[in-house]
Design a binder for this molecule. Structure first.
Ligand code: IMP
Ligand code: MG
Length: 190
């Protein structure tokens, strides 16, 4: 065998990625968010709803930063559109297995971009008779928000500029969710 360099190619060090938020920065922010949520929901047993698949890593870390009784569920939503742009049409692909009437809901999402997905989801959950519905988002791209979107982020990790980011659960065509950090994807076609 000539050289093994091809086998050693690093995904985490992929040159098409420009690091934006380091793993330690993300953890530090999550620790603070968890403490804030534990304080705000004292005595209330909230139900955290993770939006698959992007929020899977964020919710796993966030859960362990909330020192209070809670439960988790997952939903999956599909928005019609290309891999980097949302069309605004939303469909529930995996619904909740439990009733949420009277519950205090915290929706946990990876990123709010146009806000169309969450406008739909939050309205849908409110219509099921939850006592409260609040939103935790790791990332917010306010420059991309569409005016018809009605999304208020109650707990936010980081505000970021208008760039397509991957890692820590966020993907491009299902790739890069496993990066321990968040990076700008420089060239989606590379
Ligand atoms: P919205 O409806 O435009 O707010 O889109 C939200 C969804 O689009 C997120 O939950 C992500 O799945 C996806 N998305 C938006 N921006 C990005 C990004 O920069 N990287 C990866 N996924 C993104
Ligand atoms: Mg998502």
């Amino acid at each position: 065998m000539a050289t093994s360099s091809a086998q050693l190619t690093s995904e985490f060090g992929n040159p098409n990625l420009e690091p934006m938020l380091a793993a330690e920065q993300i953890q530090t922010r999550i620790t603070a968010l968890g403490a804030e949520i534990a304080r705000d929901y004292s005595g209330r047993n909230p139900l955290l709803i993770g939006v698959l698949k992007g929020a899977c890593i964020f919710i796993s870390d966030l859960l362990r930063a909330i020192d209070a009784p809670l439960a988790i569920e997952f939903m999956a939503i599909s928005s019609y559109g290309s891999s980097t742009r949302t069309s605004g049409e939303v469909r529930i692909v995996k619904d909740l297995d439990v009733a949420i009437e009277g519950r205090d809901i915290l929706v946990v999402e990876d990123i709010v971009d146009t806000g169309l997905t969450l406008s739909y989801l939050l309205a849908n959950l409110k219509s099921r008779g939850a006592r409260s519905v609040k939103l935790v988002a790791l990332l917010d791209k306010p420059d991309r928000r569409r005016k018809e979107a009605t999304v208020e982020i109650d707990y936010l990790g980081f505000t970021i500029p208008d760039a397509f980011v991957v890692g820590y659960g966020l993907d491009y065509a299902e790739r890069y969710r496993n990066l321990p950090y968040i990076a700008i994807l420089k060239d989606p076609n590379a």
